[in-house]
Design a protein around this ligand. Structure first.
Ligand code: UDX
Length: 436
């Protein structure tokens, strides 16, 4: 099947590569020429385990190509996956201008039947607007369908999520669209859930909001644990053993970040309120999450009293491990707060340093980018952990301690076992478990 993938961001690039790997003929397109040039040369502009290998494999096999000419991609394809970004506006609603722009282009280049598949996360009823835009702008009587096939891939495991999905949601309104998508996902036939389009669109927002709610729930309990003798890790374990609850997404800490959860929860709140419904539940989820930063900074202050002039090592900048993505990363807000208080920072992340240098430039007098965790610990009064990269759990803590001026660790992700780390001589602060 000839498939065009519009947009080669996180979702688009992985989708293009994944669909090619399923055996389809795929043409990826993006308006940013550098992204297209890099992808054509087998270079992924994002860090994602396994992505470059499978990109190169499919380029070499000849079933994957890239172009910055959107009209060409539209004309050469029968199915178009729309993977352009859907940014958040000030009021929490979703900015749909890129989706509209693409819909207009599809209308103008409608040279035969096309199935237009929404892959980006979009508000419920977007398909109706895509349909209307194409209908209003098309210059001939060619037929088309719109469908929804939301993407559930997680950054850091995106390729594996695409190739080993737990479900594939297909929202359609015609038999033709349904059969085309069944054909595309033939390999995963038993994982398909076929619904109408509104339902499919809502499943995506609902899933992300529910997961965010689980995280805020455990973070709320984490605060209660700190006021008592309860241990949030054990509370989560105990809750997670109930299969109705499940163990995942019950990790207390600095809260959720990234390009999806913060945006999706606000978008769904906005959609609900727009329709006259009370969506306060989701507003609370957002509020609890936003407060995590301040609570963490309070812990750092509790350990160091005055931050002005203190040296602090900051480990972990990406919004979660296994990615270089810093969008809505808690690290940004934490760093801003610490700089505001006059602290001197030595920071390190295995993948996200280059991205972070665009937010906090390298030549700033108060922030030094270091080559590893040990260098970040050199001469500091405290070491703080913001992202739970695996390599942090494997650090030689004795070596770390020797490098630090004061043996203080403030851990925003509960990476270490409190008793063990305290036995190494550290004063250890963590989330939802007994701290000094
Ligand atoms: C999420 C969804 O999981 C995915 O299905 C969707 O397609 C896009 O949004 P992603 O944003 O890549 O994926 O990351 P995810 O692994 O879901 O983590 C989101 C955030 O929640 C991260 O900041 C993570 O640190 C945080 N988190 C996750 C917790 O704080 N606690 C947890 O228990 C789990």
């Amino acid at each position: 099947m000839k498939i065009g993938v519009i947009g080669t961001g996180y979702v688009g690039l992985v989708t293009a590569v994944g669909l090619a790997d399923l055996g389809h003929q795929v043409i990826g397109t993006d308006m940013v020429k550098e992204k297209v040039d890099e992808a054509s040369r087998g270079i992924a502009h994002i860090y994602e385990p396994g992505l470059e290998e499978i990109l190169q494999k499919n380029l070499n096999q000849g079933n994957l190509s890239f172009t910055y000419k959107l009209d060409q991609a539209i004309r050469e394809s029968e199915v178009l996956f729309v993977c352009v970004n859907t940014p958040q506006r000030e009021d929490g609603s979703t900015d749909m201008c890129y989706v509209e722009g693409v819909s207009q282009q599809i209308a103008e280049n409608l040279n035969g039947y096309k199935l237009v598949v929404e892959k980006s996360t979009v508000p419920i009823q977007t398909s109706m607007w895509i349909k209307r835009t194409i209908t209003l702008n098309k210059k001939n009587s060619m037929d088309f369908d719109v469908a929804s096939n939301p993407e559930f891939l997680r950054e850091g495991s995106a390729v594996s999520d695409f190739l080993h999905p737990d479900r594939i949601i297909i929202g359609v309104e015609t038999e033709r669209a349904k059969n085309t998508l069944i054909e595309i996902y033939k390999k995963f036939e038993e994982l398909l859930l076929i619904t109408n389009i509104d339902t499919a669109e809502l499943i995506k927002h609902a899933s992300n909001s529910f997961l965010a709610m689980k995280i805020s729930f455990i973070n709320l309990l984490s605060d209660l644990c700190e006021k008592t003798d309860a241990d949030v890790e054990k509370v989560a374990q105990g809750m997670g053993l109930d299969p109705r609850i499940g163990a995942q997404f019950l990790k207390a800490g600095l809260g959720y970040g990234g390009s999806c959860f913060p945006k999706d929860i606000r978008a769904l709140t906005h959609i609900g309120e727009d329709m006259g419904l009370n969506f306060h539940l989701l507003k609370e989820v957002d509020r609890i999450n936003s407060e995590r930063i301040q609570k963490f900074v309070e812990k750092i202050k509790k350990s160091l009293w005055i931050l002005k002039g203190k040296k602090i090592g900051v480990l972990g900048l990406s919004f979660k491990p296994q990615t270089d993505d810093i969008r809505n990363a808690p690290s940004i807000e934490v760093i801003k707060e610490l700089l505001k208080e006059g602290a001197q920072l030595r920071v390190y992340d295995p993948q996200a340093m280059e991205n972070m240098k665009e937010v906090f430039p390298e030549n700033s007098p108060h922030i030094i980018y270091t080559k590893d965790s040990y260098e970040a610990a050199e001469g500091v009064n405290a070491l703080i952990f913001i992202t739970e990269w695996e390599e942090f759990a494997e650090l030689d803590l004795k070596k770390i301690r020797q490098k630090m001026v004061n043996p203080i660790i403030v851990d925003g992700r509960n990476i270490f076992e409190p008793q063990q780390i305290r036995e190494t001589g550290f004063e250890y602060y963590c989330m939802g478990r007994k701290s000094p």
